[in-house]
Design a protein. Structure first.
Lengths: 256, 256
DNA sequence: CCCGGGCCTTGATCTGCGTCAAAATGCGAC
DNA sequence: GTCGCATTTTGACGCAGATCAAGGCCCGGG
């Protein structure tokens, strides 16, 4: 298991050219991630322990049950986290995007598998060396706790979705989640779905057919419009939010 | 909303008699909870900020959306956490038992409601004062991170359950969860269900009828036996584990 | 002891989504 | 461009679990 990871192409460009120049300082997503908790003058300590890594679509970062010796931060692309039952039924527990944190766990083993959805770039930190840094920078640890707390809230939203929402509500909720993520970096009403329908189904606890039918209904009702099968435009965000069960008035939009 | 909490009966006995005597030191669940991270000689600092609280069955501790100004630790009884949709559909995201932590969130507002299932005793800590303690005791903060990380793993298990398991598998998984909790404090093959069938259904994403039918099937198949409607005996833990989809070989049993 | 009102269980029927099947669409290779 | 495969969409049908509807049981109060 899990040696697909072996061929970890260390990015020659970033490492060679930029690394001596303090790449963390130039990082686009730093402020959004836990690295933002470290003062610029100390970023060198992060650089010292980071290894950059590249994944091709479908490549596996680690398997559920592998020993967890590393933490990661996504800098580009989309990663899916999943758990499986013995007979192959799969549940995707989350999709990760740039600035997202992966491997949070002072636990012995990963509780889920992580695979690249599309081409992914990420920063890898050895667990023990990062923990040493946490001792030096309490602000970083506090930030980690905040991240965990946000993920927990997201997980609870997902439980509500999986336990009690209809197929159409689930798909609408999914689009809302993606939309909100995209808003964080500019794009407004347009959403791209780098993952397959199978992935979406496994995330929402539905089959691909039901996902497809729900998307078709949203299309028929002029709530969304498809440019390609992976790129869509949210035509009527209000109605989409209603369908999603927008109980979100007082919910802060991710207070990192 | 949320003023049911007003009648917070401060426990006269524990406060008056034991408090001057350092009740935290005598606490039965301390080692299991985050308080265990504080050295005995510093427990006084915890005692200084704690308020003991008692809830009657059904009493609401706080509502989803309330400002979160407190953290709690359960010392006795069972608490349910839930989220609701506008039309009343409810999802219970977890049941808490003695030593469990509640209100983890450096977030502004609670993401869920918390209600007593049966008579509950808990310790309440003002958020800002506990945060001050965290600064003094990094071990406590680390412990908090570990708790969060465990809860996250549990949440992901629950997503797998809600998204991909059948009714029978869900009920079996639920009993396994309870059984494991009970084992932590002695009781072996006997499990009590302080919550109603409605609660169980809302936890498992099922209706009460389906929960009842599934339990009846487990009973018919001699996997469990009922003493009363709330007290059962696990006759065949192996088969129960199989039904639950026991992919748990390498899963640690809650590494606090 | 009996009564009343929650719960819980069981049965009959319905339905949203899964399953099976096939057609349409997109897209990279040549 | 067009061929071929993978993915998505659409349609027909079936089933697990929801809904509707009776009872049965337990327990507390009079």
């Amino acid at each position: 298991m899990s040696n697909v990871v072996a061929k970890q192409l260390v990015q020659p460009l970033q490492r060679g050219v930029v690394a001596e120049n303090n790449p963390c300082a130039a990082c686009q997503v730093r402020d959004l991630s836990i690295c933002g908790a470290i003062e610029p003058e100390h970023l060198g300590k992060l650089d010292a322990i980071v290894v950059h890594k590249k994944l091709v679509p479908g490549e596996i970062l680690f398997f559920e049950g592998d020993r967890s010796d590393s933490l990661y931060i996504i800098t580009e692309g989309c990663v899916r986290l999943s758990k499986m039952l013995a007979d192959g039924r799969r549940q995707i527990t989350g999709f990760l995007f740039p600035s997202d944190f992966l491997g949070l766990a002072l636990r012995e083993r990963y509780a889920y598998s992580a695979e690249a959805v599309d081409p992914v770039l990420l920063c890898r930190y050895p667990k023990n060396r990062l923990e040493a840094l946490l001792d030096q920078f309490p602000a970083m640890e506090r930030r980690l706790l905040a991240v965990a707390s946000n993920e927990l809230a997201a997980a609870q939203d997902q439980m509500l979705l999986l336990g009690r929402k209809t197929a159409l509500e689930r798909v609408a909720s999914f689009l809302m989640i993606l939309m909100r993520r995209m808003q964080l970096k500019g794009r407004q009403d347009t959403v791209s779905l780098p993952m397959t329908r199978t992935d979406i189904g496994d995330y929402l606890g539905l089959t691909i057919e039901t996902v497809s039918r729900s998307l078709s209904k949203l299309k028929r009702d002029r709530i969304v419009r498809f440019l390609t099968a992976q790129d869509m435009q949210i035509v009527d965000p209000k109605r989409l939010a209603q369908l999603a069960g927008a109980d979100d008035e007082w919910k802060p939009t991710t207070t990192l």
